[in-house]
Write a protein that binds this ligand. Structure first.
Ligand SMILES: [Zn+2]
Length: 403
């Protein structure tokens, strides 16, 4: 496609915006969580079938995949939108608020589905003008359920035909950025997020006679501080880590030394090397400090999502395409990595691609006080969905054109 043709995607997406908004609001009213999202799946299937495409339902989850075939043979590209909501009671006051108590689309995944359906429509209308295939990935279970990994295990990439997609792209909406901007960086975009528990086991006794017991609380306290020292002294500041002990429990009352103390926290890193190093250092410190005092530590690290790493060449393709579509001022530079985590990282481990953030902070809202994703007061500027739909479609076309 020539530059004017890519540019034509934005007005086309703006013309589609009322339909995209309607889909989004229908999803927003009926949010679903986890890996089983039957209502969301039904809505997506209906919309995909309206476009004359064949759907592939997931065998392991309520995922939906569909293939848009261009006019001739060529490579393929994957576009992903996640589908699931969060356990929150909505407090936005919007007239299309969640009708399901305790469940809310507070991370904007409803907008991702709507934008991707809009992009599918734009691409179907232009299928005569491109060669290759676009694989649409509608994914449940992003919020901690490893839904992307489940879809990969379900054979997602085979649906594009051999040799599989040569690029993959996802958008995430966010009120952290001004509305209708595209924000992307090469390399690490989001962190790896792992969960940590440590149980320090001593020996209980009377609080007035600590020498006859083995106090796990003082040992746990020492360990909490030692973990922070480890992060500042052992981790390269240019390849950072966060270790936060966010939950501490021990004891029952003022005059009993308890048997054990329990610590729980999160570990965030941006490279496999630092991730591995921090895991080993935590274990060494916990066992060493507990052992030095004659106690025992039991350390458990549960692996969460890996680092979301944007392929440099694909990131540049996304950035250049977004500039072409939106102009430089809506594609700001200097985007920092985010300490949140994403399971699109599993796709990016297998396919070179990128995730970008589409800004949706309503105009006039103060960036320091605007409710963020995962807040039950978050409000996304729906106009940004035209930018998102056009960007999905334009990136797909540019990716197919390069290979
Ligand atoms: Zn999200």
């Amino acid at each position: 496609m020539t530059t004017p043709e890519v540019r034509s995607l934005l007005p086309a997406a703006e013309a589609l915006l009322p339909e995209i908004v309607d889909i989004r609001r229908r999803l927003h009213r009926r949010p679903e969580m986890g890996l089983s999202l039957p209502g969301t799946q039904t809505l997506i299937v209906e919309e995909i079938e309206k476009l004359g495409l064949t759907v592939q339902l997931g065998r392991l989850t309520t995922s939906v995949a569909a293939l848009i075939e261009g006019a001739g043979p060529g490579s393929s590209v994957l576009l992903r939108g996640d589908m699931d909501a969060l356990p929150l009671s909505e407090a936005t006051g919007l007239d299309f608020s969640s009708e399901i108590d305790g469940v809310m689309h507070a991370c904007g995944h409803d907008t991702h589905v709507a934008m991707l359906l809009g992009a599918a429509r734009l691409l179907v209308e232009r299928r005569a003008s491109f060669a290759g295939r676009v694989l649409l990935m509608f994914q449940p279970g992003e919020e901690g359920f490893h839904g992307a990994r489940v879809m990969l295990e379900d054979g997602l990439l085979d649906l594009a035909g051999a040799p599989g997609p040569s690029g993959a792209f996802a958008l995430h909406i966010s009120t952290q950025y001004p509305t209708s901007t595209i924000n992307i960086r090469p390399g690490p975009m989001l962190a790896a997020a792992d969960f940590l528990t440590i149980e320090v086991r001593g020996r209980g006794g009377h609080a007035s006679q600590p020498s006859t017991a083995l106090d796990p609380i003082t040992i746990a306290a020492e360990l909490v501080i030692a973990l922070q020292t480890m992060v500042t002294r052992q981790v390269n500041v240019f390849d950072p880590a966060v270790v936060t002990i966010a939950h501490v429990t021990a004891g029952t009352t003022n005059n009993i030394i308890p048997e054990s103390a329990f610590l729980e926290g999160t570990i965030r890193t941006f490279s496999d090397r630092t991730r591995q190093h921090v895991h080993e250092a935590i274990s060494r410190l916990a066992h060493g400090i507990a052992g030095a005092h004659g106690a025992i530590a039991e350390v458990n690290v549960i692996l969460g999502y890996p680092v979301t790493t944007n392929d440099p060449a694909f990131s540049e393709l996304v950035r250049a395409t977004a500039v072409e579509l939106l102009g430089e001022e809506r594609v700001p530079g200097g985007v920092e990595p985010l300490m949140g985590a994403e399971d699109f990282s599993y796709v990016l481990q297998q396919v070179p691609g990128a995730m970008a953030m589409v800004g949706a902070r309503p105009a006039g809202q103060d960036p320091t006080t605007a409710p963020m994703n995962h807040s039950n007061r978050v409000v996304f500027d729906e106009a940004a969905m035209a930018t998102g739909a056009a960007t999905y479609a334009a990136v797909a076309l540019r990716s197919l054109a390069r290979s």
